[in-house]
Write a protein that binds this ligand. Structure first.
Ligand code: MN
Length: 512
């Protein structure tokens, strides 16, 4: 009897100890998680704050500035990636990650991937190909956003860890198991067996030195595997150190009718690598009500809008927005969603109930499908995701605001500000204008022959003299070209150089 009791007591003690260990393990895991995350977040933040502070140093040259600015942008984007990963991770852990089931073309999806990844590979001097082993289904049922997220993550890794050679994607269809199989094969550093076993656990990249050398959250592969499982498939890895790695992603396709299997690539419109909006030429007109509670966002969006040529009025919350919209009609309302006093959804519903008919575009950091649906249901016409990319902002604005013909402005004559104070300088100014065609010819020639050093010198000289003679438009254009040259954005240089003639004509009419 006593023995049984003792045995029970011992067992209880043993259980209690196991629970305690489990709890401690969970605690350690939690602390490690927080320590890791805090480190991951701090790293890009340090760069953002540090480099921004350095930018205030007046002794920096323009190209040094541009380099710093690019680092700040890159760090910001990296930080955004980390935050997105953490959000996904918390959904995975809470088992709240929902996937959609849509009919999509695997070819179109992979084309998108190609346009995103090929540029990155090209920049590193790597090849990037997609090969199909037919037959491949014309359409599959899956979540396109998540599938693309996984493939891009695998491709990004492949490019990141490859210095020579490149990346190949092989796509095939397994009819019996109804899976589409996507191999991402690189000729990169590769992994040992031990490292390969670890890559799918959260926060552990191949080893700590990998993180130092290549960066990254160490969450990408873990999340990708979880997502692949959610999509009815898996990710497996085969790798040899110094030879390369092959990640095989499988994803369920749903039922595929035999007659929907293709034996060659269908005709789909290829998306250009980067849709470039010519933001120098794009100008709009209209008055915009910006409803936004955060002062920095107010400043940023106002700057974007002013640059485009629109007039801006600001409301700090939904209530103010309604008051302003009662008095005034706006060509466009830009509506932040999360605001004190009255949020964007309530304000939009209220405006639509008041029979306010002009477009309302939501500004929101919540870009999940259900959040977007809520915006549309409330009466928004479009949404722009935060953080705002200038490209998508421009696209949306040109959709809702009236474009301006920039030729109108071209007709107005330009006069030298020098003559306002000292009219007797007219002879000097006239002589300068007389020499302008020669200077302009030099600039146009260097630009045409892509002799950038020569062009840089001509532009610099012209900037100085046009400033001295009080031709501010010309000065500003030269300054702009100088900046584009420093950024090595030669498309921008071409566009701006093509504007010189217009300014010259305006200067000539101004002299008459
Ligand atoms: Mn807000």
């Amino acid at each position: 009897m006593e023995i049984t009791q003792r045995k029970q007591a011992l067992e209880q003690a043993h259980l209690a100890m196991l629970e305690k260990i489990a709890a401690e393990d969970a605690n350690i895991a939690k602390s490690t998680f927080l320590a890791n995350m805090s480190h991951e977040i701090r790293t890009p933040l340090t760069a953002i704050i540090g480099f921004s502070e350095l930018l205030l140093d007046t002794s920096l040259t323009m190209s040094e500035r541009i380099e710093l600015i690019n680092t700040v942008i890159q760090s910001g984007k990296h930080l955004m990636q980390i935050i997105n990963d953490i959000l996904d991770l918390s959904k995975v852990e809470a088992d709240k990650l929902d996937v959609e089931e849509l009919n999509i073309s695997p070819f179109e999806l992979l084309n998108d991937v190609h346009s995103l990844v090929s540029l990155m590979a090209e920049n590193k001097g790597l090849y990037f190909n997609i090969d199909y082993s037919y037959p491949i289904p014309e359409l599959i049922v899956t979540d396109p956003v998540r599938l693309k997220q996984i493939i891009i993550n695998l491709c990004n890794n492949a490019v990141k860890f490859t210095q020579q050679g490149g990346v190949n994607i092989n796509v095939s269809y397994q009819e019996e198991s109804k899976l589409i199989s996507i191999d991402v094969i690189d000729t990169g550093v590769g992994l040992s067996k031990e490292q390969a076993n670890r890559v799918f656990s959260p926060f552990t990249q191949a080893d700590a030195s990998t993180t130092r050398k290549y960066g990254g959250t160490g969450l990408g592969l873990y999340l990708s595997k979880q997502l692949a499982e959610k999509l009815g498939g898996d990710i497996k890895i085969k790798s040899t150190p110094d030879i390369g790695s092959c990640f095989t992603l499988t994803v369920a396709t749903g039922d595929i009718n035999k007659d929907r299997l293709l034996s060659s690539e269908p005709d789909i419109k290829k998306i250009p690598a980067q849709p470039i909006i010519n933001n120098i030429k794009t100008m709009v007109t209209g008055n915009v009500l910006l409803v936004e509670d955060n002062v920095n966002n107010q400043r940023l969006v106002t700057m974007y809008l002013k640059k485009l040529g629109a007039d801006v009025e600001i409301a700090n919350n939904g209530k103010e927005a309604i008051e302003k919209a009662e008095k005034n009609t706006f060509d466009l309302i830009l509506m932040d969603m999360q605001m004190p006093v009255m949020n964007g959804i309530d304000a939009t519903i209220c405006l639509r109930e008041m029979d306010y008919k002009n477009p309302i575009v939501a500004l929101t950091a919540n870009a999940m499908k259900e959040d977007v649906d809520v915006c549309y249901k409330a009466g928004c016409d479009d949404f722009i995701q935060k953080p705002i990319s200038q490209q998508s902002f421009l696209l949306s604005m040109t959709r809702f605001l009236q474009p301006v013909d920039s030729l109108e402005e071209a007709a107005s004559p330009l006069t030298s500000s020098l003559l306002i104070d000292e009219p007797e300088m007219i002879d000097l100014v006239q002589r300068f204008v007389g020499k302008l065609p020669h200077y302009i010819e030099n600039i146009v020639e260097s630009d045409k022959n892509e002799k950038w050093d020569e062009l840089r010198k001509h532009i610099h000289d012209m900037k100085g003299t046009s400033g001295n003679y009080g031709f501010n438009e010309l000065y500003k254009l030269m300054q702009g070209i100088e900046f584009e040259l420093a950024k090595e954005n030669y498309d921008g240089v071409h566009i701006m150089v093509s504007k010189i003639d217009g300014i010259y004509e305006r200067i000539q009419t101004g002299l008459q």
